[in-house]
Ligand binder design. Structure first.
Ligand SMILES: Cc1cc2nc3c(=O)[nH]c(=O)nc-3n(C[C@H](O)[C@H](O)[C@H](O)COP(=O)(O)OP(=O)(O)OC[C@H]3O[C@@H](n4cnc5c(N)ncnc54)[C@H](O)[C@@H]3O)c2cc1C
Length: 291
């Protein structure tokens, strides 16, 4: 059924403090809307449960990218275009820059924000595996103050998160220091842009003395939440990359994921592609590649 605009209320208080004050008055009643690229799809389909919308688009407190010696802090209201164009993001966090470059087309990248991608919580979202492997931390804000939480574990189930009803994601913090790592990513789907991934991977790895010294691997579209492959990482750490390790990594990765059949793909296809992508990543790491 089509939505009638008169059934909806949209306010734009204009400051972060005014927004979190409003959220606190009726927790859960007001739905924040940033770029609107997910919210408006639900609205157009008549599936938007909220009737009260509060705009957080262009709030200055959510729009900056601050660079510190040990980390960068990206405002949750930053768009994909802003990420693509940022020198430090492109140079030090290429997995995020590449995910931004294939998140829809240019129009979508001008409106879609990373806060929206995180809170919309699609297991197929492109930037979320990158946040997992860079071990992002989130600063959440409400009228009660701020709290900093690891992004790993933020998604508690399909489209559910640890965000309280009166909270916003304010900032995404990424620790610097991955210049010696291989940054590997792939989006497998009908196309890179303007298509939802059948499966996507982001991975970081570093060799030392011929063995896997550190490795982070995350996948989208293989579980109800974006998934970090912790067991696969443990299985390969400290080992030399040879055919035995590749076989082991394929097996452990397949056992960690929980893929389903849906309109875009099958569980069997997703399992095979997961194994192949993990193997390709390890082969590139073993060969000394950096991207
Ligand atoms: C044509 C099209 C193509 C797309 N292609 C891709 C793609 O290739 N890859 C991909 O991953 N996504 C894609 N998307 C989905 C969408 O663009 C992204 O998820 C985007 O990041 C959402 O950001 P937004 O600011 O538009 O979110 P909104 O629609 O404004 O909000 C989404 C949800 O997040 C909440 N929210 C937003 N910001 C915050 C915050 N700071 N704190 C708390 N809650 C917040 C809102 O309340 C809402 O529940 C596509 C969408 C469209 C329409």
């Amino acid at each position: 059924m089509r939505s009638d605009p008169q059934d909806y209320q949209l306010v734009a208080p204009g400051t972060l403090h005014a927004v979190v004050s409003l959220l606190a008055t009726e927790p859960g009643a007001w739905l924040p809307i940033a770029g609107g690229t997910d919210v408006m799809v639900l609205y157009a389909a008549g599936k938007l449960p909220a009737r009260k919308l509060v705009s957080i688009w262009n709030l200055p407190e959510l729009r900056s990218i601050e660079v510190f010696p040990d980390e960068i802090q990206i405002g949750a209201g930053c768009t994909y275009i802003e990420l693509r164009e940022h020198e430090i993001v492109g140079g030090e966090f290429p997995l995020l820059a590449r995910a931004a470059a294939w998140s829809g087309g240019i129009a979508n990248q001008n409106r879609g924000t990373i806060g929206g991608n995180i809170v919309n919580a699609s297991p197929a979202a492109d930037s979320l595996p990158a946040f997992l492997v860079y071990e992002a931390e989130l600063i959440l804000v409400s009228i009660r103050g701020e709290r900093r939480v690891p992004y790993l574990g933020f998604h508690t189930g399909y489209k559910t998160t640890k965000l309280a009803a009166d909270e916003l994601v304010r900032t995404v913090c990424l620790r610097r220091g991955y210049s010696e790592y291989l940054h590997y990513t792939r989006k497998v789907g009908a196309r890179n842009a303007q298509a939802i991934a059948k499966i996507c991977i982001a991975a970081l790895g570093r060799l030392a003395d011929g063995v896997v010294d550190d490795v982070h691997i995350a996948l989208g579209s293989v579980a109800p939440v974006p998934l970090r492959l912790i067991e696969t990482e443990c299985a390969v750490k400290g080992k030399c990359i040879d055919s035995g390790l590749l076989t082991l990594a394929r097996k452990v990765a397949a056992s960690e994921i929980r893929p389903i059949d849906d309109i875009r793909s099958t569980a069997r296809y997703r399992t095979e592609v997961t194994k192949n992508l993990v193997e390709e990543f390890l082969l590139r790491l073993g060969a000394g590649a950096k991207n």
